[in-house]
Structures are given as structure tokens and as C-alpha cells.
Write a new protein. Structure first.
Length: 356
């Protein structure tokens, strides 16, 4: 699921110099909950390509690696990637629209690094986020000296200072699903217009995929899964002020637009698999309670969306009673530890073509 989750209260409006789409604040607890699940889901083969690019860049021992994280949330992308990247000094800018998240980014990274410590961090890690000045912090991960700074901003804003800076790598995790295809197309235009000289590589992980094996799946399957799952997808793509969110078409749309823009794109599956089975090979970093919590939280999105679609008269012929019964059956299975989910997603790596 995308990382944007409704929370209580009205977030302050950000003055960006252009018309920004409305957004809901990100639920901080949700970002922490999905941290370990995202860690397991990311595709290792594509990550190897990212590391090979950084190694070939030759910055190790020469200058800091410059990384921009879009929609950075609680800082999980930094903690996942920085230890893998072969650069001994790294400078990260964590861009986030939600001022509340930026304000607590230092404590958020500290909380997530505490989790890394419990799981067994890589040798050479200092699991503490140390304030340097203002919003700047530093930490050591797997021997890498990592400086990072949170910044309130919107990457759809053409006047954003990120487009006046130079980057080696631009990353985003589970960010674009709730944006419209037209918005992403404008972002790609900005990438070409503003970053054509520095030519940063783009690494976008865990974006929803509705391909042949994609979509939303439950284990064990039950009658009503397909149609109620489709209600969830339809709800994500319902008309809104900014257009229709890409939703489960996100990965395919991103790949097509990046390719049309002349970038060389590779992608691999990064499905989120949540299983209650003890022998599940993908469930190692998650405790049984964390898995149940994640299934419960993800299913709550599906249930709320299905209810809203039916209430709005878009229930694909389903009556409210049938939807409520389906939801009740699933919730009973979740509490009994007997329901698993697979949410199909893809990781995307985009490079600039070689100069002629």
C-alpha cells in the first residue's frame, strides 16, 4: 500500500508558489510499522545495480555521495540504502511534504535505528542519530558516515530548491501510487529539464503493480476477494481534485513514462508478502505480532475503501450486507492469525542513455 494514510487534524498548507494538490498527513506509526516489511520486500537484484552504479561513480574516498529522498517520511529509505551503498561519506536530503514528519525526523530515524539494533545491525554501525545543527543530523551505518537533513517541500513544485541542486542518486519508496499520471509526467519533465547536466540515477521502490501476477491477494482465498479487491483499486483511482491516482497501475505507468522520456529503465518485483506461517522464508524480520498488525492495518485500508465505494453507489453490484460479511470474515481470520496477504509491487531503476 502507499505510505500516505489519513490521520487526525488538518496539516498546515505549504506555500510553494504553485497550486499544490491537497494531501493528508502521514501516519507516523504506520511508517514505523511497515519499516521491516519494506526492508524484506525490496528487490535485491535491482539493489545490486544501484550499488554497482555508485561503485563506478568513483566517489568513495573522493567526495560525499549526494542522495535525494523524495517523500522521505520517517527516514526508512536512508536506513535501508545507506549501509549498502559503497560510499564512505554520504549526504542525504530527505524531502517531505508533511511538516510534522520533518519536525520529528531526527527522533524518527533514532526510533528506526533502535529497531535495527534489536534486529542486529551491520558491523561498524553507530545506532544513534546525532544532531549537528538545525535540521542536520549524522550517524554511522556499516562504517559509512551519513549526514542527513530534513526539508519541507514538494517535488512537483518547479520552484523547489531541489531542482537547483546536483544529485548522484534520487530515491523514493512507496510514494507515487497516490499521484496522478499527469503529475508524474510533469515530474519526469522536471528531471530532464533541471537535472540534465548532473544526470542522477532514479531508484523508486515498492510501487503498486497490477500486472498479470499483480494486484491484491489473500491467503487462503475466499469468495468475494476479487470483486472487493477491485473496489479497493477503484477507490484509489476515484476522481479527485488533482485527477485520478495511478494506484495499482502506478509501476506500469511510471515505467512507460520514464521510457518515453528516453531513460533506460529496469524493473523487478518487490511484492509485500505477509504470512502468518512460521516457515515463511520472507517473514524473518517480522514477529508474529508485527505481521498480524501489518495485515490488520493493510486490510483496514481495503475494508474502508470497499465500504466507501458501496456507499457511493460504485459497489459493482454488491450489496452493503455482502461487503460487511466479507469484511467480518476477513477480520476474524486476522485475529485468529489465519490470514495472509500479498500486495504486488515493483522496484524501478532508471538510467540516462549513454552519450553518443
Amino acid at each position: 500500500m502507499a505510505s500516505r494514510v489519513p490521520s487526525s487534524g488538518q496539516p498546515p498548507q505549504i506555500e510553494t508558489g504553485y497550486t499544490s494538490q491537497p494531501f493528508v498527513a502521514t501516519d507516523y506509526d504506520w511508517l514505523q510499522l511497515r519499516f521491516a516489511a519494506d526492508e524484506v520486500s525490496r528487490n535485491r537484484g535491482l539493489l545490486d545495480r544501484v550499488c554497482a552504479y555508485v561503485r563506478d561513480l568513483g566517489v568513495h574516498g573522493q567526495r560525499p555521495l549526494r542522495v535525494l529522498d523524495l517523500g522521505a517520511g520517517a527516514g526508512a529509505n536512508l536506513l535501508h540504502l545507506a549501509p549498502h551503498l559503497p560510499a564512505d561519506v554520504q549526504e542525504w536530503t530527505l524531502l517531505e511534504r508533511d511538516p510534522a514528519l520533518v519536525a520529528q525526523m531526527g527522533s524518527g530515524v533514532a526510533a528506526l535505528t533502535a529497531r535495527l539494533g534489536q534486529a542486529g545491525a551491520a558491523p561498524g554501525s553507530t545506532l544513534a542519530s546525532t544532531p549537528v545543527s538545525g535540521d542536520a543530523h549524522s550517524l554511522v551505518l556499516a562504517g559509512r558516515q551519513v549526514a542527513y537533513c530534513g526539508q519541507v517541500g514538494d517535488f512537483f513544485d518547479p520552484d523547489s530548491p531541489i531542482y537547483r541542486a546536483s544529485w548522484d542518486l534520487v530515491v523514493a519508496n512507496a510514494v507515487f501510487d497516490l499521484n496522478a499520471a499527469g503529475q508524474f509526467a510533469r515530474f519526469v519533465e522536471l528531471v530532464k529539464e533541471r537535472w540534465g547536466a548532473c544526470r542522477p540515477r532514479l531508484y523508486f521502490t515498492i510501487h503498486l503493480d497490477n500486472g498479470p501476477e499483480g494486484g491484491l491477494h489473500f491467503h487462503p482465498p475466499a469468495p468475494g476477494d476479487d470483486v472487493c479487491g477491485q473496489l479497493f483499486h477503484d477507490h484509489m483511482q476515484r476522481p479527485q481534485a488533482f485527477g485520478r491516482a495511478m494506484g495499482a497501475d502506478c509501476a506500469a505507468t511510471m515505467i512507460a513514462q520514464l521510457t518515453d522520456a528516453g531513460l533506460v529503465v529496469a524493473s523487478e518485483t518487490s511484492d509485500l508478502v505477509l504470512s502468518m506461517e512460521e516457515d515463511d522464508p520472507q517473514g524473518g524480520p517480522l514477529s508474529a505480532q508485527e505481521t498480524k498488525d501489518l495485515v490488520r492495518a493493510n486490510f483496514a485500508f481495503v475494508a474502508d475503501a470497499a465500504r466507501e465505494q458501496v456507499a457511493a453507489g460504485h459497489g459493482q453490484g454488491l450489496r452493503e450486507q455482502a461487503v460487511e460479511q466479507w469484511i467480518t470474515d476477513k477480520e476474524r481470520r486476522i485475529e485468529a492469525g489465519a490470514l495472509g496477504m500479498r500486495i504486488a509491487a515493483r522496484d524501478i531503476w532508471a538510467e540516462w542513455p549513454e552519450s553518443p
